[in-house]
Design a protein around this ligand. Structure first.
Ligand code: HEC
Length: 140
């Protein structure tokens, strides 16, 4: 019993000494600044890489909303054929967290107005076709 206590004490002492030296090391390590972009550099990068197309942006949504935004008979609302003004209003509300949502705030907050507009145009141009229910009757 006493031995265990002693061992615990030694372990604690080692731990606290090593965390002290770690803290000292962190303090003396200079904070890297190269990865922090200046506003000017950020502008240059944005200018060098044009915005992705509406389709490229919209393809990110397919995992949940269906390929081409058209997934019917599913729990997720389809995006194909959506009126641009409705889409834009909803996306901006999600982005600003105007009302509670399960996932869409986390999705929408990264998009700029121009990107939302591009996706709105893409989805509006997709035909909102209802996918036919597969007929499993007589499959065996
Ligand atoms: C991880 C799954 C997921 C992804 C990825 C996703 N969504 Fe959603 N989306 C949802 C859910 C769930 C809802 C229902 C609202 C909520 O609770 O978040 C929704 C609702 C919406 C709505 C409202 C539709 C309506 O008729 O009410 C729009 C618009 C929308 N999403 C757009 C997008 C766009 C654009 C993307 C891609 C940039 C995207 N979503 C990616 C899950 C997702």
């Amino acid at each position: 019993m006493k031995k265990t206590m002693l061992l615990k004490g030694v372990a604690l002492a080692i731990l606290s000494v090593s965390s002290l030296s770690l803290a000292a090391e962190y303090k003396s390590t200079p904070v890297p600044t190269e990865h922090v972009l200046s506003a000017q550099k950020e502008k240059e990068i944005i200018a060098a890489f044009p915005m992705p197309t509406g389709k490229m942006l919209a393809d990110n949504c397919s995992a949940c909303h269906g390929t081409l935004g058209a997934e019917f008979n599913e729990a997720m609302p389809p995006l194909a054929g959506m009126k641009p003004e409705n889409f834009i209003k909803l996306m901006k509300d999600y982005r600003e967290n105007a009302f509670p949502s399960i996932v869409m705030h986390d999705v929408a907050y990264v998009f700029t107005d121009a990107e939302i507009q591009a996706m709105a145009e893409y989805f509006a141009a997709q035909e909102a076709v209802e996918w036919t229910q597969p007929d499993f009757k007589g499959a065996h």
